[in-house]
Design a protein around this ligand. Structure first.
Ligand SMILES: CC(=O)N[C@H]1[C@@H](OP(=O)(O)OP(=O)(O)OC[C@H]2O[C@@H](n3ccc(=O)[nH]c3=O)[C@H](O)[C@@H]2O)O[C@H](CO)[C@@H](O)[C@@H]1O[C@H](C)C(=O)N[C@@H](C)C(=O)N[C@H](CCC(=O)O)C(=O)O
Ligand SMILES: Nc1ncnc2c1ncn2[C@@H]1O[C@H](COP(=O)(O)OP(=O)(O)OP(=O)(O)O)[C@@H](O)[C@H]1O
Ligand SMILES: N[C@H](CCC[C@H](N)C(=O)O)C(=O)O
Ligand SMILES: [Mg+2]
Length: 510
């Protein structure tokens, strides 16, 4: 069934069952915010008028398209008892008869406000944060597996899903807005969760979504190009990610193999090197393929060695596993237990996921939708294709309404990494799909690689074409959408899952 973008069909953020009422005037004392219009107890908080529950503080934020103050009357009808806003929103709060807290930049105090309303849940959790251009989701699953091996009841917050013990909720954003995030953490505490690993996106760091959280340890995977539709410059994108290490993380773990990331190195920080540089705190050696992925030896502080591995191919997944190990050990997990847990993780949804299909062509779906991820994914799959004596065929597009500058770079990376590139549509959103394809094609055609480049409109048709052109031993990599189950076109999300489409196309061939 199709649904509108942002509709309730894809939300379902848990709220804590029990919240100690917090007087608005007490909250004002904790924040830089001025109270107006009397006192009242608040028992919840949201930034979205459609999600208001009785007793909530409604955060009426100035946005890029609207001002949340436009929705104060709606919020009041749904039971909001108070408003957090900027001076421009105060009149609407008064008109609705609600007391208000006014701050110059209400987003800047929202994280602290939400944390206070929900009883500072992160203080009762071991919080692990992960940022970086690529590898956040993958690393978070590996960390979660290590925590579970150590007997912890875990939480995970990221692009694919939010998990609190046995509860699983599909994600809408990588990092939820602060009111949702604090509600998730408080709900986790109620469910007995003791450790939470979360992806911290650059959007989140700029917009204060993770404010109010103190991380026991945080990791930085790598820095490449993405999101320049949101961040004005690459430097500002980098500075956004650097904020995770600005004092809110007790221990920082940096990728020794990435010079941009290493520019943040300060005394006390840890580093890791998948390429095996022994100058790093954690480094890998003896990497060898195994039946399900790869095994390697991790070398740690004081000459410690851990025999571990990861159930995914590619050097980038050794990097993710090494970062996971470093983070786990940093928060006190035994290295052997951590290494065993990482090894037990059976893959990550939509990340180098092999689709089930009989026959002599291997189909793989991956979430690479930025240049450095495409380089990494195709390098991993090239090894598989070579071992099978086949070619590497890549199907990819780029998302509409997102960073246009990355499109030719994505095309270039695909043409340099694959033998045949089929350029198609990703999520067109509100853009003309042909225009988006053109951006990717330009880069692919100008690339130095010897790949053949073709363009096929329509993702299903492109997958069918890849299967039609494939021969025995070939690997087909469908990149960019990973575990996504829909395709966003003009505000509608239409059902579409690369894994289902590729398996069906391969099934028709076998
Ligand atoms: C660019 C961006 O991040 N924008 C976020 C921002 O939107 P905005 O400033 O445009 O808000 P707006 O539409 O003008 O509305 C203003 C305010 O009115 C409120 N409102 C609006 C309408 C309504 O009916 N009721 C209501 O209360 C909104 O909640 C908002 O607080 O504030 C909103 C909530 O306050 C967010 O939902 C919204 O995320 C949008 C939907 C988004 O697509 N974000 C993506 C790009 C994102 O955050 N991605 C990252 C990285 C992904 C990754 O690489 O992994 C992520 O962490 O997911
Ligand atoms: N350490 C890494 N270095 C480079 N590329 C990687 C790395 N880990 C994963 N990738 C590639 O990036 C893709 C996305 O990986 P993952 O979902 O783990 O990253 P992410 O940072 O969470 O991405 P997003 O911001 O889009 O959610 C993978 O499918 C893979 O192609
Ligand atoms: N969280 C990422 C997802 C991109 C996925 C890709 N399929 C696309 O549409 O560009 C974003 O919003 O930029
Ligand atoms: Mg992610």
């Amino acid at each position: 069934m199709a649904y509108r973008v942002g509709s309730d069909a894809v939300s379902g953020i848990p709220r804590p069952e029990t919240v100690v009422p917090l007087p608005l005037t007490r909250l004002a004392e904790l924040l830089p915010a001025t109270p107006h219009g009397g006192d009242i107890d608040v028992t919840g908080v949201t930034h979205s008028s459609g999600a208001v529950r009785p007793g909530d503080l409604y955060a009426a934020l100035p946005g890029s398209k609207r001002h949340g103050a436009e929705f104060i009357a709606d919020a009041a009808r749904s039971g909001a008892v108070a408003v957090l806003t900027d001076p421009a929103g105060l009149a609407a709060a008064r008109a609705a008869g609600l007391p208000a807290l006014v701050a110059g930049d209400p987003r800047a105090v929202l994280g602290a406000a939400a944390a206070a309303i929900y009883g500072e849940p992160s203080r009762r959790l071991t919080m692990i944060g992960i940022t970086g251009t690529a590898g956040k989701t993958s690393t978070s699953y590996l960390v979660e597996a290590g925590l579970r091996a150590a007997g912890r009841v875990t939480g995970l917050v990221g692009t694919v899903e939010t998990r609190l013990g046995d509860l699983v909720v599909k994600s809408v954003r990588t990092t939820p807005e602060a009111p949702d995030l604090q509600a998730i953490l408080a709900s986790g505490v109620e469910r007995g969760v003791t450790a939470v690993v979360m992806e911290v996106s650059s959007h989140a760091l700029v917009m204060g979504r993770a404010d109010g959280i103190r991380f026991a340890a945080s990791g930085y995977t790598n820095f490449g190009q993405d999101h320049l539709d949101f961040h004005p410059t690459s430097e500002e994108y980098f500075a956004a990610k650097a904020r995770l290490f600005d004092g809110r993380s007790e221990i920082g773990v940096l990728n020794h193999d990435d010079p941009a990331v290493m520019s943040l190195l300060r005394p006390g920080m840890l580093t890791y090197s998948a390429s095996g540089d022994s100058a790093a705190t954690w480094w890998a050696s003896d990497i060898r393929p195994s039946a399900f992925g790869q095994l390697f030896t991790a070398h740690g502080p004081g000459g410690a060695t851990v025999a571990t591995g990861v159930a995914l191919p590619g050097l980038h997944n050794v990097a993710n596993a090494l970062l996971a190990l470093a983070l786990l050990v940093a928060v006190g997990i035994d290295p052997e237990v951590a290494g065993r847990g990482i090894l037990q993780c059976r893959g990550v949804p939509g990340r180098l996921e092999q689709v089930p299909a009989e026959g002599d062509v291997l189909g793989v779906v991956d979430y690479a939708h930025k240049p450095n991820a495409i380089v990494a994914a195709l390098a991993a799959l090239r090894e598989l294709a070579t071992a099978r004596g086949g070619r590497l065929i890549c199907v990819l597009g780029a998302g509409g309404d997102r960073d246009k500058g990355k499109r030719p770079l994505m095309g270039e990376a695909a043409a340099q990494g694959a033998d045949l590139v089929i350029i198609t549509d990703d999520n067109p959103r509100t853009e003309d799909p042909a225009f988006v394809r053109e951006g990717v094609r330009r880069g692919a055609e100008e690339a130095a690689g010897g790949a053949k480049v073709v363009e096929v409109a329509g993702r299903r048709a492109a997958i069918d074409e890849a299967v039609r052109l494939a021969g025995a031993g070939d690997v087909i990599a469908v990149l960019g959408k990973g575990n996504e189950q829909g395709q966003e076109v003009n505000g509608q999300v239409l059902p579409f899952d690369d894994r289902i489409e590729l398996a069906a196309a391969l099934g028709g061939r076998a």
